[in-house]
Every structure is written in C-alpha cells, then in structure tokens.
Design a protein around this ligand. Structure first.
Ligand SMILES: C[S@@+](CC[C@H](N)C(=O)[O-])C[C@H]1O[C@@H](n2cnc3c(N)ncnc32)[C@H](O)[C@@H]1O
Length: 165
C-alpha cells in the first residue's frame, strides 16, 4: 500500500522546500514531497506505483538498491526510508530491517552513488532506529553531516543533511 504522508514526510519537506536543480527521491511513496517542491527536474523511485496526476515528476518503479540511474547525476537525493526495527521485512513502507537501519543504509549507499560530487543528501531516521550505527557509517566514510530533530510523543525524528560540497 502506498505510504500516506505523515509527520516524517512533513519534516523532510520542511527542510528541502526551497531546493532547486535535479532531485531524486528514493522511496517516494505518494510523491507528496516531490509534488510540493519547485525543483527543475524531479524523479521518484519506489516499489509501489503512486496515483500521480503531476506531469513534472518522473516516476520509476524499481528497488532503490539497484536504482537504474547514472551515478553522480542528481544535485539532491532525499529519502524518508522505512526505519522501524524489524526481524523480517513484512511492511516495506515501515520495516527497516535489523536495528531499523538495514534498509536506510541501502538507501544511503544508493544516494551516495547517485548524488553529484558536490551534491547534498537529506534523509530522515527515528530515535527508534539504531541511528548511532548509521552515524558511525557516515563518520567512517568521511562524510560530514548536520542533524536536526523533531520530538513527537512516541519518538524523536532526526533529519540528516550530508553535504558533499
Ligand atoms: C516511510 S515511507 C515514505 C514515503 C514518502 N517518501 C513519504 O515521505 O511520505 C518509505 C517508502 O519507501 C518505499 N520503499 C521501501 N523499500 C524500498 C525499496 N527497496 N526500493 C524502493 N522503495 C522502497 C516504500 O514503499 C515507502 O513508500
């Protein structure tokens, strides 16, 4: 089922609403985020096809892991991945695998492949996930990041900006 926009969706949108250039959203769900930004070139990729009536968004039905796009081709890669800790992936919209970071790390690796040399990656993760391991991955890869948070009743959402410039 296509993921309905929620607090995490709005948190991501709020951070990127003024970005321009070529944007790729991995796991775009309903394409709510892409629909609400004015970038010149917008591409969404997901395993579910959204009911889309916008003609300024290119949608590609594909697994992000093997996203069929050229390397280093987007100014921005954004994602709000499935991030809940889960032994098995049952609901692909929310189950993030072991520690809730298995799938986010796949998205991040794809993002690092697709983003331009001086591009930016924005993504969401939750306090419910093993975000410390993900931060270690960023540090070991020599990537600097800025982190913002939004407290909710049952979790804190983290928004990361990885700036390659
Ligand atoms: C938390 S939802 C976010 C949806 C949308 N970006 C938003 O913010 O409302 C995560 C999305 O990732 C998609 N997804 C999960 N695994 C995927 C994969 N391997 N390849 C592509 N999309 C995937 C799900 O179908 C879902 O739409």
């Amino acid at each position: 089922m296509v993921y309905k926009p929620a607090e995490d969706t709005y948190f991501l949108l709020d951070a990127i609403k003024d970005i321009k250039g070529k944007v790729m959203e991995l796991g775009c769900g309903s394409c709510y985020v892409l629909s609400n930004i004015k970038a010149s070139f917008k591409v969404g990729c997901d395993l579910y096809k959204p009911d889309l009536n916008k003609n300024d968004i290119e949608f590609v039905l594909a697994d992000c892991k093997n996203a069929p796009f050229r390397a280093n081709s987007f100014d921005y890669v954004i994602f709000n991945p499935p991030y809940l800790p889960s032994e098995h992936i049952i609901d692909i919209a929310v189950d993030g695998g072991k520690g809730g970071i298995e799938i986010p790390l796949q998205f991040l690796r794809t993002g690092l492949r697709l983003v331009k040399e001086k591009g930016k990656i924005y993504f969401i993760i939750s306090s419910l996930s093993d975000y410390e391991t993900l931060e270690q991955f960023l540090k070991k890869s020599g990537l600097k990041y800025i982190k913002k948070e939004k407290r909710l009743f049952y979790e804190t959402l983290y928004l990361y900006l990885v700036d390659l410039s």
